[in-house]
Design a protein around this ligand. Structure first.
Ligand SMILES: Cc1cc2nc3c(=O)[nH]c(=O)nc-3n(C[C@H](O)[C@H](O)[C@H](O)COP(=O)(O)OP(=O)(O)OC[C@H]3O[C@@H](n4cnc5c(N)ncnc54)[C@H](O)[C@@H]3O)c2cc1C
Length: 428
């Protein structure tokens, strides 16, 4: 009899796992209380980048010097709510330690490189299978824009590490930038164009389509919250949900930021924090960056033209899961957009803006946890931080290989769920 696998969570990660495991012949149930790809999920509101170059941990060398500023400026690109500081301090220490030296950054980049290298292609294949090929632009390229070359060179560690792990880009001057981004403020005179990057044209719609495709492949969907696991003699017998216990021989925990409570029931303790991020979207606004999304480095925002309109996304706010959204942050994103595309001010002001807050499920070292939990029948696949949309299909392939007893196609030691147990002042 086929193994009965319950996948918990239908964000980008869980939905991709449901498809891949069903294709490999498992009998799969997908447990998700909300609409897949809905506003509750980080997968709904991200910047939509399928970035091969996001191999750098989110902290940067020397970040500790900036912490006082992060505490003082609630609207800066990285802000820490002072009341949250006592809760987040241990995570923050590990976060800074992960990028303390160039060697540590390089080690993480070497782990993430094969994880992300095929992200645009794998997402395009998944979109095509799911019947929505138009939602993934795998060859759009991704453009990082700077005021001048000196600003780019001020990020020499990150770009040098990218170069060292084989990421390539073209360096563009003012004329070439203008050709690709005619509406961009001419004050941006230098760009790094990563040709191998792509983007998704509607992340929420894409995840919904992938989950629907899973159902067409025979995956059963249960609209309920998973609450616990049932074991007999250490073997999994079911996943306990609000709608009763679903019999299972294997389970995969992929509930994004909400994974922690369930992981603890498995005896797994992973430092997981919400790197809260915001977006403002202007529905129906067909303007801004051309076909190639941009990251504006001095403002730390990504601007992406989606099928549904224009989206400006970014920022990191460390304030916990339950603190209310700060509406001024959304206003800041809008201000950045107006500054970067000054000629579009009238159209941007006239468009209807919607704001969103979401939770990046972040480990301190910028790598997810993928692999066996202390209860071997239950695998975990969460903690994808800034890269979960891009890396969901590769995560799904790894999980399906592990369930099938196959060696994954890329090295996965760097994603070991128990790696934080070894922490002794530096990342394992
Ligand atoms: C502002 C911002 C910009 C970003 N930009 C990018 C980007 O450009 N590119 C990129 O690759 N990534 C980006 N990310 C990160 C990316 O969005 C996340 O890493 C990714 O969405 C995580 O996917 P997930 O499936 O793990 O979690 P989610 O998408 O959060 O999905 C988890 C799902 O689990 C469900 N769930 C929760 N608890 C339970 C339970 N008990 N039982 C069952 N189901 C449960 C939830 O309802 C939810 O649907 C960004 C994130 C933010 C916030």
């Amino acid at each position: 009899m086929a193994e009965r696998v319950v996948v918990i969570g239908a964000g980008a990660v869980g939905a991709a796992i449901a498809v891949e495991t069903a294709k490999r012949g498992f009998a799969v149930t997908l447990v998700e209380p909300e609409p897949p790809g809905g506003e509750q999920a980080a997968s709904f509101g991200n910047a939509a980048w399928l970035s091969v170059q996001s191999v750098i941990p989110p902290a940067e060398p020397g970040v500790w010097k900036k912490v006082p500023g992060y505490l003082l400026d609630p609207l800066g690109p990285l802000a820490i709510r002072p009341l949250h500081m006592p809760f987040i301090a241990p995570w923050l220490v590990r976060y800074m330690a992960a990028a303390w030296t160039r060697d540590r950054v390089l080690k993480i980049a070497e782990i993430l490189r094969p994880f992300l290298a095929s992200a645009p292609r794998l997402n395009a294949e998944l979109a095509a299978e799911a019947g929505v090929p138009e939602l993934v632009a795998a060859t759009s390229g991704l453009m990082h824009v700077f005021r001048d070359r000196a600003h780019f060179e001020s990020e020499a560690t990150s770009w040098g590490v990218r170069r060292a792990v084989g990421i390539e880009w073209d360096e563009l001057g003012p004329d070439e930038i203008r050709r690709l981004q005619p509406d961009l403020d001419p004050a941006y005179r230098f760009a790094a164009l990563v040709g191998a990057g792509g983007h998704c044209r509607d992340p929420g719609g894409f995840v919904a389509a992938v989950a629907a495709h899973a159902e067409r492949l025979g995956v059963k969907r249960v609209a309920a919250r998973a609450l616990d696991f049932a074991f007999s003699d250490d073997r999994l017998t079911g996943v306990v949900t609000e709608a009763g216990t679903i019999p299972a021989t294997r389970a995969v925990l992929a509930a994004g930021i909400r994974s922690d409570a369930l992981a603890r029931k498995l005896g797994l303790s992973v430092p997981l924090e919400s790197e809260r991020g915001y977006h403002v979207r202007f529905e129906g606004l067909d303007a801004g960056p051309g076909a190639t999304p941009i990251m504006v480095h001095d403002r730390k925002v990504a601007i992406t033209r989606l099928a549904t309109g224009l989206r400006v996304a970014g920022q990191v706010e460390l304030a916990g899961l339950d603190a209310p959204a700060n509406p001024r942050r959304a206003e800041v994103l809008r201000t950045h957009l107006l500054a970067v595309f000054p000629g579009l001010a009238d159209r941007i002001r006239a468009a209807v803006a919607k704001t969103w807050l979401g939770h990046r499920p972040s480990t301190p070292d910028g790598r997810p946890v993928i692999g066996r939990s202390p209860r071997p029948d239950v695998l975990v696949a969460y903690g994808h931080g800034h890269i979960g949309l891009a890396s969901a299909p590769m995560t799904a392939r790894i999980v399906a290989d592990l369930l099938g007893g196959k060696k994954p196609e890329i090295p996965i030691d760097g994603f070991a769920p128990d790696r934080f147990h070894a922490f002794a002042g530096h990342p394992a």
